[in-house]
Design a protein around this ligand. Sequence first.
Ligand SMILES: [Fe+2]
Length: 317
Amino acid sequence: MSGFHGVDHVGVGVGDIDAALELYGRHVGFDRVLFDWTGELPSVEAFAGRAPRVRVAMLENGGATPIGPGRVKLVQVLDGDGPPPVPEGQAWGEVGVCEICLHVRKVADVHRRLVAAGCASLMEPMSADVPPAGVSLDISYVADPWGTKLELIEWTGLWRSLPGPPRAEGVNHVAFGVTEMARTRAFYERLGFTQLLFESVDFFDPMAPWYRAPWYDPGRLPAQHMTMPMAAQGAAIEPVVLDPPGPDCRGEWGHLGPMDFGIRVANIDAAAAELRADGIEVHGEPQTVDLGGGREWRSVAFAEPDGNYVSLVEGRY
Ligand SMILES: [Fe+2]
């Protein structure tokens, strides 16, 4: 397949998009608002069961680098009872999108800054390395006020950041739970995610406090099988299999927390046709949101093996 350019953005449900624009714009570094649109969004009908009325803001990080090229899409559901809650029982790695990882310069400094700005500290900054190549990284976790886990990584074994002050540098990867790793790897390989950065099968102990009763037995935590396939461009994916499996945490589309992601394509009509020719179910025709001024946001949802909320996106904005 051709014309697939990695993860374009991760969609995050928020309860107050103005407050989220302030937090993500001023403190996380996503200071470029590519569009801020309100309307009924037909492209997610297959996930939401309707064309939900939403406000959507697509944000780019002005300090983005090739190792953190992804964007953040803030979503506030406006119809019905408003944004559905974070799925119950979500720790990390259940089916559903479970984190956004930002590549940052100086993890400890950015961590402190985000906690001061109102995020919760979920994992204090530490250094680690990942098998099988022993790539080193600095890592920490915070949560935004609506429950999105933000992983902060500096991939010190791959790339030390550009000169400059401590800062986030865009989305490095999106983590999501799946049920069969081999099937998921084969599926996303056809979408361009061919390079494996790491693979591990052990439980990452600093996450232990996230796995709570009654959904988990803290004395018998699940094994975590994680991989990180990268595409030549765009952000990476981090599929995770828990054994034994946790609850289904896809939740309702638009729920608070990370909940969907988009794969960037150069030509969405050609890309959708390629998926169909390969036997992948594409949910209808690509839908166009007219952003005015000759700018368009085109997207179409498709069925990935575990029903995670994934779309193709062609952005002309
Ligand atoms: Fe991650």
